[in-house]
Design a binder for this molecule. Structure first.
Ligand SMILES: CC(C)(COP(=O)(O)OP(=O)(O)OC[C@H]1O[C@@H](n2cnc3c(N)ncnc32)[C@H](O)[C@@H]1OP(=O)(O)O)[C@@H](O)C(=O)NCCC(=O)NCCS
Length: 159
């Protein structure tokens, strides 16, 4: 199944909010998505399969630092490399803005997403206690750095 990745405008806010509802216990509303999309600091990309929005990624870059808000793919389209391709596209756009590092948070139980981020080069860099609700859970903070400090942060089991 082939897909294409395009930059998303505010016109897709409702479609993105639909994916949010399917994928998260605290989904962003259409209004929140639209207002983030309007920001000049934000980048949103969508993966399309035969015209259908199958998944999206959104985040923002400010003063050389990038944050990924969310990555989500509709259940029927998972494990086809869509999220990985979305992260790669987003990373490319962030690097064009000369970002030094990209951060994201992920639930400690979300092993699939953690595996995805590790595959994309992100490494563990901290814990945010009780960061999530429903269910209450810690967040793992992960980072992808372009300033030569990536190895320094890498988790070392032997320490
Ligand atoms: C996490 C999510 C975005 C992954 O999307 P996806 O398009 O299926 O991911 P990809 O196909 O690009 O996966 C690339 C690699 O990541 C890893 N991976 C992705 N999902 C995985 C899973 N459920 N279990 C284990 N590894 C997984 C694998 O290494 C995979 O490569 P492989 O399929 O060749 O083994 C998707 O499952 C999703 O939308 N989940 C709900 C929302 C969510 O949790 N988002 C993250 C919030 S922080």
């Amino acid at each position: 199944m082939s897909f294409e990745i395009n930059r998303l405008s505010e016109d897709f806010a409702a479609k993105v909010a639909e994916i949010e509802k399917i994928c998260f216990s605290h989904p962003w509303s259409e209004r929140t998505v639209a207002s983030e999309m309007e920001s000049r600091f934000s980048d949103f990309f969508g993966a399309f399969i035969e015209g259908e929005l199958a998944g999206y990624i959104g985040g923002r870059t400010i003063a050389g630092e990038t944050e990924i808000f969310n990555v989500a793919v509709k259940p029927d389209f998972r494990r086809k490399g869509i999220a990985k391709a979305l992260i790669e596209k987003f990373t490319e756009a962030a690097r064009e803005k000369e970002t030094q590092q990209i951060f994201l948070e992920v639930r400690t139980s979300n092993l699939g997403a953690i595996a995805l981020y590790e595959k994309c080069g992100f490494v563990f860099c901290g814990i945010r206690k009780d960061y999530y609700d429903d269910p209450k859970e810690n967040a793992i903070l992960m980072r992808l750095a372009f300033d030569g400090t990536q190895e320094f942060e890498e988790w070392d089991d032997e320490e």
